[in-house]
Ligand binder design. Structure first.
Ligand code: TYM
Length: 329
């Protein structure tokens, strides 16, 4: 037992995809045997852009069921919904008062999502502070995430160190991000120079964990490649093929070098067809478990129990922080 506190979260917007799975969820599962893990469905993050209330509620339960379907065990990990523990929002305000508009303006996700418009929602701007609050509220040591969250994790560390310097070194535990060697950045199938994302307009850019075989086949067979015709891992010159090899390797646990040998002399169509089988077979058991649990009472019981346990961990941390700041009576 390495007994580190692990915290991470996924937004309940749309269907979670292979990037989320290979960059984050696989780590969540691997870490739960040896650590004290808390996994959150970060619903308050998703309202930084407008959401349909009914859809949001469904997506929260979809992600919760997918957490369990990929192998999170509620006996080992706490699984809960962010808005059920009010400490996230409270700590977020305290951290807001200890961060700078300059550092938030430098966040690449904010820059790309707001596109410099004055009408960009304020929540998009302060989003990384809420994320820092999520992490710091649980005295977290390790945050397993994909590469795209690196800048947010660094900001969280900067804020924690700043507060510690001012209010006492043991105010916050300073967390570390943890990234997969393979899978930390899965690229879009239609444009392998961009990351696979839930919000991209083209459905064929991603494979969602609940996609059926027909959709998986269509997306992979249409995936953008190159005209060089050799199956080789070279992200700079062959981003499409390299992305397909990464997905293949991460799902089967095969080193990419071995895949290059396996597909030596084969055509792109052969690699794609084989990948369709690998993806379909990897997702089938996840989809089966999802269908068993998604509409069960057990799911709600697990989430209720999770928020109670998460709240019990968060409360003394929040009290400690408020005390350091001189807040309250
Ligand atoms: P979100 O919901 O966008 O993504 C969930 C997780 O999936 C990872 N990820 C990827 N990994 C590899 N390749 C990709 N193409 C890819 N796309 C997404 C993300 O890095 C993430 O780990 N801000 C976070 C949610 C969050 C959070 C937190 C995470 C809120 N509070 C506290 C950790 C700790 C987000 O929007 O992730």
């Amino acid at each position: 037992m390495s007994d580190k506190r692990v915290f991470s979260g996924v937004q309940p917007t749309g269907n979670i995809h292979l990037g989320n799975y290979l960059g984050a969820l696989k780590q969540f599962v691997a870490l739960q045997d040896e650590n004290d893990c808390i996994y959150c469905i970060v619903d308050m993050h998703s309202i930084t852009v407008p959401q349909d209330p009914e859809e949001l509620k469904n997506h929260i339960l979809d992600v919760a069921a997918l957490y369990l379907a990929v192998g999170l065990d509620p006996e080992k990990s706490i699984v809960f919904v962010q808005s059920e523990v009010s400490g996230h929002a409270e700590l977020s305000w305290i951290l807001t008062c200890n961060s700078y508009t300059g550092e938030l303006s430098r966040m690449t996700q904010f820059k790309s999502k707001s596109r410099g418009q004055e009408s960009a929602p304020t929540g998009l701007f302060t989003y990384p502070i809420l994320m820092a609050a999520d992490i710091l509220l649980y005295d977290t040591d390790i945050v397993p995430v994909g590469n795209d969250q690196k800048q947010h994790i660094e900001l969280c560390r900067d804020i924690a160190l700043r507060v510690n310097h001012k209010y006492g070194e043991d105010t916050f535990v300073v967390p570390e991000g943890q990234y997969m060697k393979e899978g930390a950045r899965i690229m879009a199938l239609d444009d392998p120079t961009n990351k696979m994302s839930k919000s991209a307009e083209n459905e064929m850019s991603r494979i969602s964990l609940l996609d059926d075989e027909k959709k998986i086949k269509k997306a992979i067979m249409r995936a953008t490649t190159d005209s060089d015709m050799t199956i080789r891992f070279d992200p700079e010159n062959k981003p499409g093929i390299s992305n397909l090899l990464t997905i293949y390797g991460a799902l089967t646990g095969t080193p990419v070098a071995e895949l290059e040998t396996k597909f030596d002399g084969a055509g792109y169509g052969d690699l794609k067809k084989s990948l369709v089988t690998v993806v379909t077979e990897s997702l089938a058991p996840i989809q089966d478990r999802f269908n068993q649990i998604r509409y069960s009472d057990e799911l709600l019981d697990i989430l209720r129990d999770g928020s109670k346990r998460a709240g019990e961990i968060a409360e003394p941390v929040l009290e400690r922080v408020k005390d350091r700041f001189g807040l309250g009576i």
